[in-house]
Design a protein around this ligand. Structure first.
Ligand code: PGA
Length: 248
């Protein structure tokens, strides 16, 4: 049986209180398509207001620390994002792997921390252009998946996002056949890592997904949804992606 489609907006470092109206508009579109699980991950400063202004869909965080508390200036814990109203967190986004030098081991620890706090996790994996050109894309992505794979993994809380680094924010999207190959490899690896239950773990595609290409990407086998950056910032852009998921 096909998994329910999951469309997640990653606002990155975008959004002030004035943009909460976009979340309300997106929530109305999500409410009109109950067959799709939709969510937005605003910056941490907007989680509480976004969660209290909307009950139509989930609000997530973009990151959290792996420790419960302590001397980690500028960081937030899983319990903190939960109390603010988040029900899950994106973890190991390639921008954090690059800018904050996050390692697979840290991402695994973060996933276990959010699970212990009763939250969901979306673990991101993806190759650079250099790695793809060298024919190493599947090897790199499966290695990241294995290294960041949490204990007690289960589809009730864990989602994987495949995001080729070279496709993020560039307007470039891989061929459907390349997406198919990678998602099949991730599914196969999940089977090895967790055995039974691997088919129910949703695998999202991310990287320049938009209203024009969503239908094609969401039709690829093993693509259970999308992690969307730029095209999630307004209802005008994000709405068509939710609609494409509902029609998929
Ligand atoms: P993009 O970002 O849709 O702007 O390419 C996706 C992401 O980084 O999650």
């Amino acid at each position: 049986m096909a998994n329910r489609k999951y469309i997640v907006g990653n606002w990155k470092m975008n959004g002030l209180q004035s943009e909460l109206s976009d979340i309300s508009e997106i929530a109305s579109i999500a409410a009109a398509h109950p067959s799709v699980d939709a969510a937005i991950c605003p910056p941490v400063t907007l989680i509480a207001s976004a969660a209290s202004h909307n009950s139509a869909f989930a609000i997530g965080a973009q990151d959290c620390h792996f420790n419960e508390k302590g001397a980690h200036t500028g960081c937030v814990s899983a319990a903190m994002i939960k109390q603010a109203g988040a029900s899950f967190s994106i973890l190991g986004h390639s921008e954090r792997r690059a800018d904050q030098h996050e390692t697979d081991a840290e991402i695994k620890a973060k996933a276990e921390a959010v699970h212990a706090a009763g939250l969901g996790a979306i673990i991101c994996v993806g190759e650079t252009e250099e790695e793809r050109d060298a024919g190493k894309a599947v090897h790199v992505v499966c290695g990241q998946l294995e290294g960041s794979f949490p204990d007690k993994a289960d589809s009730s809380w864990l989602t994987i996002a495949y995001e080729p680094v070279w496709a993020i924010g560039t307007g470039r999207v891989p061929e459907a056949s390349d997406v198919e190959e990678m998602h099949a490899a991730i599914r196969n690896k999940l089977g090895k890592l967790m055995g039974e239950g691997a088919d129910a773990v949703r695998i999202l595609y991310g990287g320049s997904m938009n209203g024009g290409n969503a239908a094609e990407l969401l039709a690829v086998p093993n693509v259970d949804g999308g992690l969307v950056g730029g095209a999630s910032l307004t209802a005008e852009k994000f709405g068509p992606i939710i609609e494409a998921a509902a029609a998929a």
